[in-house]
Design a protein around this ligand. Structure first.
Ligand SMILES: [Zn+2]
Length: 330
């Protein structure tokens, strides 16, 4: 018997990654799983579902169901199902009951104010199977609420759906959501929307072109304090298998608080599981910082800053010429 499934979870509970894996599992068995999402959600570009972990997959819109041939379809997967209308959920019920095709919906349960979304309401009411995908608050408790964060503050009023705004969403336990308390400090790996960190990355590397050259393939880490980004780092794998710090920047207004060192320590921890050497190319002025944390001088690339940057790179009033290459054993 085909069933209608609703798998719900808070922001960051890997719902989309789960949806993509389920589709993959069908494909591996030679079966066809149709990926859908409501058209309203266009954050990931046209006809694509994308997860925070970086996985993405092509999809169709729920609104296009009438023009999609379901006869060769073994399963329908719906991402961002909280945005479905009542009529669209009814349509999915019909696909299950009349065509005998299982439908698996992934979505949020409640909005940033704690109210059910329309899609979630009717899925909760009509689904054969309701399952929770769990994630945790910064305090370690189960996160069940989705806080909307603007300028580092949890906001409790506004439209239910704001697309393309500059606010972000953070999963919190109910206690921290109602008190509006974001993590005192946390370090996160950022996989989507990396370009929004460009202003901060430019603090450590004045060339947008250089940053664009390593940002995509590199791993971006952000240190947040009360929801505000205070430091970022980009690391990338070298051809010889070692890793390299490409960028380490602390926001000007939060310097001198040890955030750069905290982030550096996090990189040591994450990368020591993957390689035994970590490199960094830096200036003479910044070399003592790295030496303090176990890096040793490995060489000098003469004229690097003159050669690779269209304009002189000035640091503390001095024009940079040579790059100091340093390495640390992990
Ligand atoms: Zn909490």
């Amino acid at each position: 018997m085909a069933k209608l499934y609703f798998r719900y979870g808070a922001m960051g509970s890997s719902k989309t990654a789960n949806a993509i894996m389920v589709q993959y599992n069908y494909q591996e068995r030679g079966q066809n799983a149709l990926m859908l999402k409501p058209r309203l959600d266009n954050r990931d570009g046209d006809r694509t579902v994308g997860s925070r972990s970086g996985l993405n997959a092509p999809c169709r819109y729920v609104e296009e169901l009438d023009s999609i041939d379901l006869t060769t379809c073994d399963c329908v997967i719906v991402d961002e199902a909280q945005f479905l209308t009542k009529a669209q959920v009814q349509r999915l019920v019909d696909i299950v009951d009349d065509l005998g095709i299982p439908v698996i919906c992934y979505g949020l349960r409640a909005d940033f104010q704690g109210n059910l979304f329309e899609g979630s309401h009717w899925l909760m009411a009509w689904a054969d199977s309701i399952e929770e995908i769990k994630t945790v608050c910064w305090c370690g408790r189960k996160a069940i609420m989705n806080a909307r964060v603007a300028n580092g503050v949890v906001v409790k009023s506004g439209e239910q759906i704001v697309l393309g705004g500059n606010e972000s969403y953070v999963a919190l336990c109910r206690r921290h959501w109602s008190r509006g308390e974001l993590a005192p400090m946390e370090i996160r790996r950022i996989s989507t929307g990396k370009e929004t960190y460009m202003p901060l990355l430019l603090e450590a590397d004045p060339s947008r072109e250089m940053i664009e050259g390593y940002l995509d393939a590199g791993e971006l880490y952000a240190l947040m304090v009360n929801g505000q980004t205070c430091a970022v780092a980009v690391v990338a794998k070298r051809e010889d298998g070692a890793w390299e710090i490409k960028n380490l920047a602390v926001a000007p207004q939060t310097r001198g608080k040890g955030y750069g060192v905290r982030l550096l320590g996090h990189l040591f921890k994450v990368l020591s599981a993957r390689c035994d050497r970590l490199y960094v190319g830096t200036s003479e002025g910044n070399a003592p910082f790295y030496e303090k944390y176990g890096f040793a001088r490995d060489g000098v690339i003469e004229g690097f800053f003159e050669k690779h940057y269209p304009e002189p790179v000035i640091e503390n009033g001095k024009t940079l010429k040579d790059m100091i290459v340093m390495v640390k054993k992990l």
